[in-house]
Design a protein around this ligand. Structure first.
Ligand code: IMP
Length: 192
């Protein structure tokens, strides 16, 4: 499998490089407008928003999005992993926590995909307990039809109604395909 070019494992391109670039530009503009206008931020000291990048899937989105937000921002990284022992579906643990304190700050969680919603639900609960001034969510892909727990995505890049497994632009299957510059559907026959 590792000798096969990543593009040969894609059955269909869903979102091209150009489409992603255009959408991320829009997201950046919307975020800047929301927080720049003072209508969304709740930080009484008006400090820069903190983007929280959920590794590893959201790193490309964070890199591109940060450059499309023309107001002061800071960013930090977390890494989570699923327990995957089958006893508690959706159980999540921190592999790397934030370095920045978020108490009193306006934060935006930046995710690759919100699928069942378990990961985001966990993150919202953990971060809310740290008493940020406000907390919002930006996800490259929202799969609302797959939700097992109710969570809201404030800034969605693309909404996917189908149940297809997607790869590329940071998103993986078995830690591969993250370097595809576009988002495509994984060809299941390529990974058998
Ligand atoms: P959750 O089910 O919402 O908790 O999603 C957890 C994580 O599963 C996401 O952040 C992604 O990393 C991963 N994931 C879910 N669906 C896909 C997919 O279609 N492609 C790649 N990763 C996915």
């Amino acid at each position: 499998m590792s000798n096969v070019a990543p593009r040969d494992c894609v059955s269909r391109v869903l979102f091209s490089q150009d489409a992603i670039h255009a959408r991320v530009e829009e997201l950046g503009r919307t975020i800047a407008k929301d927080y720049g206008s003072g209508n969304v931020g709740r930080d009484e000291h008006k400090r820069p928003i903190i983007l929280i990048c959920v590794l590893r899937g959201a790193f490309m989105l964070l890199a591109d999005l940060a450059r499309q937000i023309p107001i002061q921002i800071q960013y930090d990284f977390i890494c989570v992993s699923s327990y995957g022992n089958g006893t508690s579906p959706g159980a999540v643990r921190f592999v790397k926590d934030l370095d920045l304190p978020i108490r009193g700050r306006d934060v935006i969680i930046v995710e690759d995909i919100v699928d069942t919603g378990h990961t985001l639900d966990y993150l919202l609960r953990v971060f809310s307990a740290r008493q940020p001034a406000s907390i919002r969510v930006c996800a490259l892909i929202d799969k609302p039809a797959r939700r097992a727990v109710s969570v809201n995505v404030d800034y969605a890049g693309f909404t996917l109604e189908s149940d297809e497994f997607v790869i590329g632009y940071g998103m993986d299957y078995a830690e591969l395909y993250r370097n595809l510059p576009y988002i495509g559907v994984l060809d299941p026959t390529a990974v058998q």
